[in-house]
Design a binder for this molecule. Sequence first.
Ligand SMILES: *Cc1c(COP(=O)(O)O)cnc(C)c1O
Length: 428
Amino acid sequence: MAEDLIGERRPLAGFLDADGVRASVDALRDAFAVAPGVRVLHTFAAKAASLVPVLRLLAGLGMGCEVASPGELRLAVEAGFAPSRIVLDSPAKTRDELRLALALGVAVNADSLGELRRIEELHSPGSASVLGLRVNPQVGGGAIGAMSTATVTSKFGVALHDPGARERVVHAFAERPWLTRLHAHVGSQGCSLELIAAGIAETYRLAEEINERLGTRRVTGIDIGGGLPVNFADDEARPAFSDYVAALRTAVPGLFDGRYDLVTEFGRSLLAKNGFIGARVEYTKDAGGRRIALTHAGAQVATRTVLMPDAWPLRIGAFDAEGSPRTGPPMVQDVAGPCCFAGDVVAHARELPELREGDFVTLYDTGAYYFSTPWAYNSLPRPAVYGFAGKAGRLRFATVRDAQSLDSVAAESGLNHVNALTGLHAEA
Ligand SMILES: *Cc1c(COP(=O)(O)O)cnc(C)c1O
């Protein structure tokens, strides 16, 4: 491990494999290239790794960007994505956000018929924005409820099987010639390929129905979302993008016949396996017969794993202070973080070589939604993120994000308003 990047004075950092990201993008593109006539815009879901240098790398590789907040839109623009390659999705867009998106010309997927009415008010015929409507095919949930967006009562999209809903959607397209795209994102981690493909098949059938009933090719594009699950159990990227394309071709053969432009929005499957967290073991202790390693990686960088340990288990690596793998006999240990709540444990009763003070642990497959999405609990600073490329012994590194300073922590915590409350009283 490079001592300048992680050590006693810098006990936590995130690492990203730049060549790995390039290879993942190649795999995605190759998988969808099976049907040559189809135009596909692959966008990266910014929330999965909301770091400008990551977005810039992806923009340079020809990707587009899916954003779901004003902040993500700003990052995408700063990273250099052309507006025509940006897609805005989110269930609570304000009028101001919509105005900006339409002025920039980024694609917008309305999440509801109510939002469609707002877009109608704000839309000018000159806007370059491609406009779509998100539907919820209500095909059901996967293994993780919080990640399942196509359940019967999901908050996302127009619930297609609700009484009258399908008719209202067809009507919405009939009335609005500028509405040309359907969008569905069936779920993320925990959803099977078959479930996701079933949701896309429902969306495709709706596109066909709209076009048939309107007697014109009104729906010209289908945004199939992201959601390919990631294998956290070992090094293999499985399922592969090609497995997903095969499942789609089985469930929805017409999707690839070139009549519809396609948009994808993958996040986790492009980045997760291309990153890891490194953290120093500050102390070890025994409690009730259990060995505990107290490290600097906890809920602030592994929020989902700590709060939902059964749904989000992570592989842990054990290294000595010099960065060589620890090879001792396995010993049952908890790997805990620095946050002040008892559940702040990233691995419970895990068999690992005995960890000692000054060692390092690695949390694998954390390139998406982990260190890039920190939680400010305990005023812990955001850790630095480094990119790397090359082979062991000849690795090159670059700073992707600086570690947060304590000045910044204080500023984010209202330092500019330090006396805001001491002088605030009800009127006498
Ligand atoms: C989160 C999200 C994605 C990306 O999901 P992954 O599981 O990271 O691939 C894509 N589209 C929408 C609308 C999302 O909310």
